[in-house]
Design a protein around this ligand. Structure first.
Ligand code: MN
Length: 265
């Protein structure tokens, strides 16, 4: 490709803004470790393993000048990406490796339901909630990501608080079935992100359809991201999100680094 003089590049302003701090990079990723909370499905379903690190060498006879490990980890562990083929409704869709890179970078819209989720851990996001956000901040953008802020990221260091199981059921917020359908089929977003262990509410096994965020969004060829952090540092609109899962061939999901470019120092 031909070289564009930097002064006329559309990225010139961004480069200046990153240098001056007028645009900040915010890490929306939870730290990934052996203590990262993991989804716990009830029997008879099988659960994903969390992270186990196996040491290959550590400056010893096995490798005197280098340290490295190999990893054992489920695809859907920690801050991670859900590809369409994760769900039966999207089984003929994209694996992680096939996702076009342009769909992994886009405008972020943050809907703040942290007060509601604090008052009621079973809080369900509705179409009316999203319509109210649109009335104040404009329509959801083409190619955008809707990120649901619930304050749940503060619990991410503690599996018990994070999964919040009471009497055998997980009490965590998420979208109701109609909101999930609407986001998948009627809104122009490409993905939906949450701070909780999955894109569906803890009570969503009993919804129609069960797990509607997974069923509708992945069935529509859209994406999910979970276990996000630091959404409180984002404005409702105006940030750009960069979602970077491994380019895992045939992957149904992947741990991801998720970053946001945020205006204002
Ligand atoms: Mn997942």
């Amino acid at each position: 490709m031909s070289s564009t003089p930097l002064s006329t590049s559309p990225l010139a302003g961004l480069i200046d803004a990153l240098g001056s701090g007028a645009v900040r990079v915010v890490d929306l990723t939870q730290p990934l470790s052996e203590r990262t909370p993991i989804l716990q499905l009830p029997e008879p379903f099988v659960n994903a393993p969390g992270l186990t690190r196996h040491e290959i060498s550590k400056f010893d006879d096995r490798g005197p000048a280098w340290a490295w490990s190999w990893l054992e980890i489920g695809e859907h562990v920690g801050t991670h990406f859900d590809a369409p083929i994760h769900w039966i409704t999207g089984r003929d869709g994209e694996d992680v490796a096939s996702v076009p890179p342009g769909r992994l970078v886009g405008p972020a819209v943050v809907i703040d339901k942290s007060a509601e989720a604090s008052a009621d851990p079973d809080y369900l996001l509705t179409v009316d909630d999203v319509r109210a956000l649109e009335a104040e901040h404009g329509p959801l953008p083409q190619g955008g990501w809707l990120l649901l802020r619930t304050g749940w990221d503060a619990r991410a260091g503690d599996q018990e608080a994070f999964l919040n199981v009471e009497h055998g059921r997980s009490r965590t917020p998420g979208p109701d079935a109609e909101c999930a359908r609407w986001l998948a089929q009627e809104s122009p977003i490409v993905g939906f992100g949450v701070e909780t262990v999955g894109t569906d509410a803890g009570s969503a096994a009993a919804f129609d359809p069960p797990f509607p965020a997974h069923s509708h969004l992945l069935g529509a060829g859209k994406y999910g991201i979970t276990q996000l952090a630091n959404l409180a540092q984002l404005p409702p609109t105006g940030a750009i999100v960069v979602v970077a899962p491994l380019r895992l061939v045939d992957g149904t999901g992947s741990p991801a680094r998720v970053l946001a470019l945020v205006p204002g120092g």
